[in-house]
Design a protein around this ligand. Structure first.
Ligand code: ATP
Length: 139
């Protein structure tokens, strides 16, 4: 069974973390905001308050043993880049990172992200496809 570590538990990260946990997976969530950690504590396997840009903290949490890492920090580009790099250097096979701009996405790929998502853009594309492929516009 795959194990997931989700870093940054804002709207996007917490949604991924809860969904994976509800699907039966082991989910470690990390965020530096204590309130966010408390709010999620009962909804995922482990919720830990920590600054994820600190490599030693991630090592101590055993992050290297996880199969998939999700970096869901958007606004703080520096933190997003540092965390993505650390996860790859720790040896996590598959790292998904959220980008807030094309350039941010390019950097994430260059430093080793296996997949980069642009939540608003990707969802816009999906909704558009959905609108024309379902029959709701045919009435
Ligand atoms: P969303 O759209 O998913 O709500 P966002 O991009 O608006 O997210 P951000 O401010 O990027 O939100 O942060 C997402 C989460 O990441 C926040 O809960 C924030 O506390 C957390 N976070 C930011 N920096 C770090 C860090 N260095 N270590 C751990 N968590 C962090």
């Amino acid at each position: 069974m795959k194990q997931f570590v989700v870093i940054g538990l804002g709207r996007f990260g917490s949604s991924i973390a809860r969904t994976l946990y509800n699907l039966g997976y082991d989910v470690l969530g990390i965020d530096n905001n204590e309130e966010i950690i408390q709010a999620l504590a009962d909804s995922i396997t482990h919720a830990v308050q920590a600054d994820a840009t600190d490599e030693n903290t991630l090592k101590a949490l055993g992050v290297r043993n996880f199969d998939v890492g999700i970096v869901s920090i958007g606004q703080d580009i520096q933190a997003s880049i540092l965390v993505t790099l650390i996860l790859k250097e720790l040896g996590i096979k598959f790292v998904v990172a959220k980008a807030q701009s094309e350039l941010h996405g390019k950097v994430l790929y260059k430093i080793g992200a296996d997949r980069v998502v642009f939540p608003e853009r990707d969802m816009g594309v999906r909704v558009a496809h959905n609108l024309v492929s379902s029959n709701i516009l045919d009435y």
